[in-house]
Ligand binder design. Sequence first.
Ligand SMILES: *Cc1c(COP(=O)(O)O)cnc(C)c1O
Length: 362
Amino acid sequence: MSNNEKSPYCFPRLEIDLARIAHNAGKVVEIFGSRGIEITGITKGVCGDPDIARLMVNSGIKCLGDSRIENIEKMKNAGVNAQFMLLRSPFLSRIKQVVQYADISLNSELSIIRALSDHARKIGRIHEIILMVELGDLREGIMPVDLDQTIEQALLLHNIRLKGIGTNLACLSGVIPDQEKMDALSSLAESIEHKFGLSLKTVSGGNSGNYDWFVSSKNTGRINNLRIGEAILLGRETLHRNPIPGLFTDAFVLYAEVIEAKKKPSAPFGKMAQNVLGESPSLEDRGMMNRALAGIGLQDVHIAGLTPKSQIKIIGATSDHIVLDSGESDLTPGQAVSFDLNYIALCAAMASPYVQKVKKQY
Ligand SMILES: *Cc1c(COP(=O)(O)O)cnc(C)c1O
């Protein structure tokens, strides 16, 4: 919280320190590059923001990945000079856009790959694919036993090039991308190459959750690519959310304006039913306390992913308010309160038209 901050900007606002993100991107490229692993820089956490995409490219990243084709379209139209990888499986309903804007897509369904090939053929293109393998986290991926059959079919498609295989762990279920999982992916790559007499250019082992494996691994095997978002943007690995040494964890700070600050009871008074979330919270009576309201709510950001940067606590939130336990902090209306964001809170704040984005240039 800054005291009586006088600011030309609006609230709520997200301040973005481009120099810190650029530093992180450069470090990530250097750390993983030291052992032959190339980084695909993931931009979905910032809605494909072209300035941030550009700084990733200037930090040595050659390929950018995003889960949403409209973000890739935006970056391409802004003139960002990189290869583009679509992370989320293409929608059959948007095949044209995918072939037009993405150079590579991650895939796990033959019917979709066929549609990509058909459209690529129509417009005289080759579309590259990475086949995703299910190794236990249970989001996208072909079960290993079905992989050979899928490859056999995909290789028949004239306008598809099989660039490699990949996996995604540590996302839905929190399965650890450990040495065993990475060895499994490496040996799948080798068996495919052997069986089909081809060479896989890319073996993409995962995301920011692969950091611990990388630093402890004695043998990274065939893994030569990782798709890294959170570590670049927020400076953390994602198994335990530990800071990565040498990276900034505070490139993004969210500011909201105090709109009420009063001494009030800690427990509600009156007969009780459901709150706005359909819950019936039980609140301990701790007597009178200092409470404040900040003008930002569930519609703007994922409140559970915010951590106040000063000695205040979040009591709860509704669609347009955060209610704060301001403790001994002497808040007054018009002041700013500031928060660190986790990845999901960052995604939501970036996507909210109500949150002003202010980029500190470098
Ligand atoms: C989001 C995503 C990533 C990046 O994950 P981080 O934890 O941000 O590094 C990588 N791969 C896929 C398939 C994704 O959806």
